[in-house]
Design a protein around this ligand. Structure first.
Ligand SMILES: N[C@H](CCC[C@H](N)C(=O)O)C(=O)O
Length: 250
């Protein structure tokens, strides 16, 4: 059984496709383990779908299900095109709804489901947070600088709101974002839906135009843009290697 390793914007994923849709939570935890497995922020499994190019299952590194993953959707689109599962323009089903993606070489653009503001008036640790759903829930705090990110504070907020925790700062018309990711239970090098949530708040607070370069901890930029009532993420995707699994994945 061949599995693929992908890196997108700083998130990394194991991806494979199969004909049988079944729960893969345990396999996800095994494959994503940084020492005993391949090592990844998440596992993505593509399965056939009668209406869309495919359906996906997304699992965080701890084996938990997640409805959506922005960077994962871009990696999945690249994988699907490479394996002939979809054309360069595709529509696939996720737990958050239908995602449209466009592959142009190693540059892949995903259009997220319409963002939803859940709460704009959260006061915690001296900051005003917005809770925004960009396919998965994100707490967004705008700060002067992202040079420091209190991970203990982020961990408390993650459990209090069952959300990913993001701080973001605008500098020279560029948005810098750091994310503590639910299901990885640590800061990741990037988080696509988190960057989208931060861009969304920044745009609504008129600190950003309709598009913006967003830079996560990895330093690998994404171009974020508003497209009607949705948001698009555009950036590089890297297929780093394939691996042969000794045991079959049934
Ligand atoms: N950890 C997230 C899912 C992955 C989101 C992130 N990797 C992205 O690129 O959007 C959650 O459980 O809500």
């Amino acid at each position: 059984m061949t599995i693929a390793k992908y890196s997108a914007n700083g998130n990394d994923f194991v991806i494979f496709h199969t004909f049988v849709k079944k729960e893969q939570n345990t396999l996800a935890k095994e494959l994503c383990h940084r020492q005993n497995g391949v090592g990844a922020d998440g596992l993505i499994v593509l399965v056939p779908h009668e209406k869309y190019d495919f359906e996906w299952q997304f699992y965080n590194a701890d084996g938990s299900d997640a409805a959506m993953c922005g960077n994962g959707s871009r990696a999945a689109a690249h994988y699907a095109y490479k394996h002939g599962l979809a054309s360069k323009s595709m529509r696939f089903l996720t737990g958050a709804g239908v995602i449209e993606a466009e592959v142009d070489g190693d540059i892949v653009t995903s259009e997220l489901t319409p963002p939803k503001i859940i709460n704009q008036d959260i006061e915690e640790f001296g900051k005003k947070w917005w809770l925004i759903d960009t396919g998965v829930p994100h707490l967004v705090g705008l700060v002067d600088t992202v040079d420091t990110f209190d991970l203990q504070e982020a961990r408390e907020l993650r459990y209090k709101f069952n959300a990913n925790i993001n701080i973001a700062a605008v500098k020279d018309n560029t948005l810098y974002v750091r994310t503590y990711e639910r299901g990885v239970e640590d800061e990741t090098l990037a988080c696509g839906t988190g960057m989208a949530a931060c861009f969304y708040r920044t745009n609504l607070e008129e600190k950003a135009g309709e598009s913006m370069v967003v830079i996560p901890t990895s330093g690998e930029k994404l171009e974020l843009a508003k497209k009607g009532n949705t948001l698009t993420l555009k950036g590089e995707v890297r297929h780093t290697f394939d691996a042969i699994m000794e045991r079959e994945i049934d």
